[in-house]
Design a protein around this ligand. Structure first.
Ligand code: FES
Length: 317
């Protein structure tokens, strides 16, 4: 079938190095992946098109790109699954990283952030004579996260990274979890302390995009939530992130609704006026746009809050 590919092009060496879209039409087969189509475009239509790939079997992670607005592996995405609407298939380089040329991005920053979490085993105690042994049961829960192929799809579509370049990002945090949860590792406490700083595990906004786009179902956001829970369990020093989480749950349990002013006070502390007042413009915008509860006295417990408290009791049990 005749398929249109709308590809975002960028050549830093051209006279006007601005990104632009270019349409290509290609006859595709049912079995074609987007990567097959891109390679055919390069071989038969436009040899200047730049694409990165290697294994063509969803193993090496090098063909990460955005297809119809979401990051994925081009070698794992069938053209036939995308053209039901008859619209052009839009192909772009990954987001949240600089573009080198066309669909190829510079992943230096990605690797630096992965290295930042020290992705290697740091065993407690002296080195054993032979291998570091762990029972299969103790390692089973790590198989999902160990399936990460470092393609960068989660980083590309991370909403938190888009506004906060200092955030270490979902791939690095999933890798951190892989070692924090490894029974052979002896550094989980120092790893959690390092992640308990600005840019670390509390900067995730739980948009769930990393879960949606991961081609290997690593579930980065779930790993980040487990890191947070472990941090609180292990008593890593209290930060805005951990205080926010605990205050949020506590307020909902007591009132059945969120009490934003109380949440801000408990998150930042009464002494941190500067940070608290930095949110004032946002609060004013929220009030102007009617985002605060309209009915009843503000922030009292809702009727029937006992049922919510019962849920909390059961969850704690
Ligand atoms: S080419 Fe290796 S994952 Fe797509």
């Amino acid at each position: 079938m005749l398929t249109t590919f709308r590809i975002r092009r960028f050549n830093p060496e051209s006279e006007s190095p601005q990104p632009y879209f270019e349409d290509y039409q290609l006859v595709t087969e049912r079995s074609d992946t987007v990567l097959d189509a891109l390679i055919r475009i390069r071989e038969t239509v436009d040899e200047s098109l730049t694409v990165r790939c290697s294994c063509r079997g969803a193993i090496c992670g090098s063909c990460g790109m955005r297809i119809n607005g979401h990051a994925t592996l081009a070698c794992k995405t069938k053209v036939a699954s995308l053209i039901s609407s008859g619209d052009a298939i839009q192909v772009e380089p990954m987001n949240n990283m600089p573009v080198i040329k066309d669909l190829v991005t510079d992943m230096t920053g990605f690797w630096e952030k992965v290295r930042q979490v020290q992705p290697w085993l740091q065993p407690a105690g002296p080195e054993p004579e032979g291998e570091y042994l762990a029972s299969p049961d103790a390692m089973n829960h790590l198989t999902g996260v160990m399936g990460c192929i470092m393609c960068g799809a989660c980083v590309s579509d991370c909403a938190a990274l888009e506004v906060n370049a200092d955030f270490v990002g979902p791939a690095a945090l999933a890798k951190a979890y892989r070692f924090v949860a490894d029974p052979r590792d002896g550094s989980s406490s120092s790893r959690l302390t390092a992640l308990n700083t600005p840019g670390g595990m509390w900067d995730c906004t739980r948009c769930m995009e990393c879960i949606e786009v991961c081609p290997k179902e690593v579930g980065a956001m779930d790993r980040i939530m487990t890191l947070r829970a472990k941090g609180i369990e292990q008593g890593v020093p209290s930060t805005c992130g951990s205080r926010h989480t605990e205050a949020f749950a506590d307020i909902i349990e007591r009132k059945g609704r969120l009490d934003e002013p109380m949440l801000a006070v408990r998150t930042f502390g009464l002494t941190n006026f500067r940070q608290m007042f930095s949110f004032l413009p946002m609060v004013i915008r929220a009030v102007v746009r009617g985002k605060l509860p309209k009915s009843g006295p503000l922030f009292r417990a809702i009727p029937g809050v006992d049922r919510i408290r019962r849920l909390f009791r059961r969850a704690k049990e």
